[in-house]
Design a protein around this ligand. Structure first.
Ligand code: G3P
Ligand code: CA
Length: 369
């Protein structure tokens, strides 16, 4: 069996994050091969959002330098129809807009996918106006260290993310993948700011509209993916995101229905994979400890779909109870071990806020026994 300490030492040097090493101490278990299967992908969720304010070029760059295979921009539109990287159209939670008196009058309430949301919205700002704002940490009480970077970074355009990807791919001598998500596509279409056209144009401009491109386009709305495939003729691989409850906005079909064996086979006509909530792969028990894997990985693979769940985060408050260390919700728990457990269910990749931990977990999960 490979020496876990050796694997960790190498991984930590690559990641430059020695603090991770002190956060886990579980004994190594058997480490099976994945014969005939490519390595699981490490997807830098919102970049390296565990270490930098999310969806900034600094966050994406750090994720790539930590070894992420893909960087993940969530995409929304500005008033002048430019795609920018934000998790949602409301920007009060991730920028300094609330402290900018010149934009105070832009605060308003909208109905977003049936929910009333109050704040400032990308679609009320031109790109030039948005560029005067600076990113801030979304969860400062959990990631106080990230507040160090508040005020330093712009909101990037999708074009800037794609250019960064190309520059880093050259510098690191490996192709960094990009995993864009259309956020609330029905909502933006209703505003006359549909996401599909600028997305497809950008991917084509950067030679990523190929089935073998190092790119995945993801959405929580299946009809959005179906339209990208059938109407926009997008050939980049598509991934359908699912939640443990509910269904896509405006869609009578629930996520659970999409994930039945028959539903997965239908999905495979236009999609290449699914991105489930990780609890749909291994649900938690009533006491919040990790339970037993579902059949979802097997069923999705039987339909020819990859499985790349979200979101793996190192802090105790996001971990199953049996993977926490101590009682501080912001302290790191046994995140590497959680990810190893999930990787051994056969998943094809995972979204993580701490790309360095994803890389280490993959090393531990699949080194030769
Ligand atoms: O796209 C995978 C994951 O990011 C989905 O959740 O809400 O973080 O975009 P969210
Ligand atoms: Ca996302």
């Amino acid at each position: 069996m490979a020496d876990r300490r050796q694997v960790l030492r190498i991984g930590a040097l690559a990641a430059g994050a020695p603090a991770v090493l002190g956060a886990t101490g579980a004994p190594a278990e058997a480490a099976p091969h994945r014969p005939g299967r490519p390595p699981s992908l490490v997807i830098g969720h919102r970049g390296a959002s565990g270490y930098r304010p999310e969806h900034t070029l600094a966050s994406y760059e750090l994720a790539a330098r930590m070894g992420a295979d893909y960087i993940e921009p969530d995409l929304v539109a500005t008033k002048d129809h430019v795609l920018v990287a934000r998790h949602e159209p409301e920007i009060g939670g991730t920028t300094d807009v609330a402290s900018r008196p010149e934009f105070a009058s832009r605060r308003r309430t909208v109905i977003l996918d049936g929910v009333s949301v109050t704040g400032w919205f990308t679609h009320d700002f031109t790109l030039a106006e948005l560029k005067t704002l600076r990113a801030t940490e979304r969860i400062p009480r959990v990631r106080q260290h990230n507040t160090l970077y508040n005020g330093l970074f712009e909101v990037p355009t999708f074009e800037e993310v794609l250019q960064l990807r190309e520059r880093l791919s050259r510098e690191l001598d490996r192709e960094i993948g990009v995993y864009p998500e259309t956020k609330h596509p029905t909502y933006f279409r209703g505003l006359g700011l549909e996401l599909e056209t600028p997305l497809v144009r950008a991917l084509r401009r950067h030679h990523l509209d190929r089935h073998d491109a190092k790119a995945f386009v993801q959405s929580f709305e299946a009809h959005n993916l179906e339209s990208l495939h059938d109407d926009y003729k997008l050939r980049a691989p598509l991934v359908f995101l699912t939640s443990a409850t509910g269904g896509p906005f405006g869609d009578p079909k629930s996520y659970a229905e999409y994930l039945t064996p028959a539903g997965l086979r239908q999905l495979a006509r236009y999609a290449d994979g699914i991105g489930p909530d990780k609890n749909q792969i291994i649900p938690r028990r009533a006491d919040d400890t990790l339970g037993t894997p579902t059949a979802l990985v097997r069923d999705a693979h039987a339909a020819g779909l990859k499985v790349m769940p979200y979101t793996f985060r190192a802090e105790n408050q996001f971990l199953p109870a049996d993977y926490r260390i101590g009682t501080d919700p912001a302290a790191y728990g046994r995140a590497i071990d959680e990810q190893v457990t999930f990787l051994r269910t056969g998943i094809d990749g995972l979204f993580t806020d701490q790309a360095d931990i994803g890389v280490l977990a993959r090393q531990l999960a699949f080194v030769p026994a």
